[in-house]
Design a protein around this ligand. Structure first.
Ligand code: PBG
Length: 324
């Protein structure tokens, strides 16, 4: 008989049927919105390479945070853009630094309704733009940087952050910050390890978003895109050091890594759909070259299909709202 024995198309016949057999779906509570707050701003400032995303003032941040929470997002990840920078990133652990002040504002406004998270890294605060402090030869000094991260983590915990996102890719950072937090009575503060973070061209627009001072690149600490197995080593170390959640970043170009990590560990695995992933879709859509909403949904579902629990995405509030 020439007839097909199996007919997979049968389950694709109608929208309701496809919905019923869908293996993955998006949920607002699994979307986390990254937000930027810039010191001394009185009005939100647009970011050219990220249409629709802004650097917030203190006031506009609180308002947008409440709107995102009302839309149903699961959490907020805050990044600070200081007015003044120095070699050691003093603004990062200053209780009056822009990020710590903003954390207090947002925790006070929506802290009982959402999970407020803080980026724990020095790059926004250093005048050289690196994620750590430099040694005499100008190289990033891993162990001296750990001291700074511990101090920054304590300041963020004191400001009310519930999750600290360790994005600096220094060796030993998770264990070091965990010990500092526990020693100060912050044993309930969650550590989100950007365990497998790649040196990526897809962070380009973010550099504008945080007014990055970086010349050069981060290849001596962030991972080489050629390496997949190495991600498992980074993840294993971070979990051993006490990471509560691990993350893979960027997302779409690293779905293989995400899937491998999700198979490997029993802690939650998240993904960060980064600025360049956002910018590419927005730029193509603005040119009429791509269906914006469908591309956003497809990218996010793909990230979930690869194994992500929650996803950090600049579209979090919009998608949460659309999902109702
Ligand atoms: C480091 C950090 C970066 C991003 C998040 N945390 C920049 C970098 O590592 O160069 C990038 C996020 C994005 O591109 O959306 N603080």
């Amino acid at each position: 008989m020439p007839f097909p024995v199996e007919r997979p198309r049968r389950l694709r016949a109608t929208g309701p049927l496809r919905s019923l057999v869908a293996e993955h779906r998006l949920h607002p509570g699994e979307l986390i919105l990254p937000m930027f707050v810039r010191e001394e701003l009185t009005e939100p400032a647009s970011i050219t390479s990220m249409p629709g995303v802004v650097q917030h003032s203190r006031e506009s941040l609180v308002k947008a945070a409440a709107e995102a929470v009302d839309a149903g997002v699961g959490g907020l990840m805050l990044f600070g853009v200081p007015a003044v920078r120095d070699a050691r990133g003093s603004g990062a652990d200053d209780p009056d630094g822009v990020l710590n002040v903003a954390l207090r504002d947002v925790v006070e406004a929506v802290g009982d309704r959402t999970v407020v998270m803080a980026d724990l890294c020095l790059d926004e605060f250093t005048d050289h733009g690196h994620c750590g402090v430099l040694d005499d030869a100008g190289a990033v000094d891993n162990d001296a940087t750990l001291e700074r991260y511990a101090s920054m983590g304590l300041a963020q915990a004191a400001a009310g952050a519930k999750v600290l996102g360790l994005s600096g890719m220094m060796d030993g950072q998770v264990g070091y910050v965990r010990a500092a937090l526990d020693g100060a009575g912050y044993s309930d503060v969650v550590l989100l390890a950007y365990a497998a973070k790649y040196a990526s061209a897809f962070y380009g627009p973010f550099r504008e978003a945080v007014d990055s001072q970086l010349k050069g690149d981060r290849r001596t600490y962030q991972q080489d895109s050629a390496n997949g197995r190495e991600a498992l080593r980074e993840v294993r170390l971070d979990v051993a050091e006490g990471a509560d959640i691990v993350m893979v970043k960027p997302a779409l170009p690293y779905l293989d890594v995400l899937a491998a990590v999700a198979r490997e560990v029993d802690v939650p695995v998240w993904a960060y759909q980064v600025s360049g992933e956002y910018a590419m879709v927005e730029a193509a859509a603005a040119n009429g070259w791509i269906d914006r909403e469908r591309a956003i949904t497809e990218a996010l579902v793909s990230i979930k299909r690869a194994g992500a629990g929650a996803v950090l995405t600049y579209w979090a509030a919009e998608v949460a709202r659309a999902l109702g």
